[in-house]
Ligand binder design. Structure first.
Ligand code: ADP
Ligand code: ZN
Length: 207
């Protein structure tokens, strides 16, 4: 239980791999805030247009209208200062600037709810999540289901060939994997297929 007196701002973070329910959890919290008659504002990065240009959308197709910003600082120009609860989805697209922005919003008395990936396609901490986790009053780590073995999955497995940190994509480009099944980068068998589309070898033909 949190005992809060007056309009105390704070930061809560929901983090985990893709498909772990971060957007669903963010939408759930923001809906509950609306039920409590709080003024809610939601932001998402412009580069994430996978499912909708102006909504946050979960992989289970839950939706909530959202404002689109090209960078973290734009949140401060678009914020309605009467907003009591501010949601941010896909926070890993915003970089380190989001840390200052979240702090300013929380310091001004707003409840800030941030969702984003905590690790990248190599399993490394994904900026700005480590910093946000240290600053937050509340932290939730969500896990997906490993598509290989069914165990709890903390990793986002990239399935397409790229060394870029950010490759926007959903099902087909990424899948959830547990610690045991995760292969940092691209799975080896897929790498082989990228390099050399499979054709029948002499031995195969002999079969
Ligand atoms: P995130 O924001 O973490 O990417 P979403 O909230 O968008 O997650 O989607 C979560 C939903 O994705 C689940 O409720 C489920 O319907 C669906 N889903 C698809 N693949 C998986 C998986 N491998 N593990 C868990 N949920 C999955
Ligand atoms: Zn697994």
């Amino acid at each position: 239980m949190h005992i809060v007196t007056g309009p105390l701002g704070w930061i809560e973070v929901v983090c985990g791999p893709m498909f772990s329910g971060k957007s669903e959890e963010l939408i759930r919290r923001l809906r509950r805030a609306r039920i409590a008659r709080k003024r809610v504002q939601v932001f998402k990065p412009a580069m994430d247009k996978r499912y909708s240009a102006d909504e946050i959308v979960s992989h289970g197709d839950q939706r909530m209208p959202s404002e689109v910003v090209t960078n973290a600082k734009e949140i401060l120009t678009k914020i309605d200062w009467r907003a009591e609860v501010v949601g941010v989805d896909e926070s890993n697209f915003f970089g380190l600037d989001l840390v200052d922005v979240a702090a300013q919003l929380a310091d001004s008395g707003k409840q800030v709810v941030i969702a984003g990936l905590d690790t990248d396609y190599l399993g490394r901490p994904f900026t700005p999540m480590p910093e946000l986790l240290c600053m937050a009053e509340s932290i939730t780590k969500t896990l997906a289901i490993c598509v290989q073995c069914g165990n709890p999955a903390k990793h986002t497995q990239r399935l397409v060939e790229s060394n870029d940190l950010i490759v926007v994509g959903a099902a087909g480009s990424y899948e959830a994997r547990c610690r045991r099944c995760f292969e940092p980068g691209i799975p080896k068998q897929d790498l082989l297929e990228f390099a050399r589309p499979r054709t029948l070898s002499k031995e195969d033909k002999a079969d």
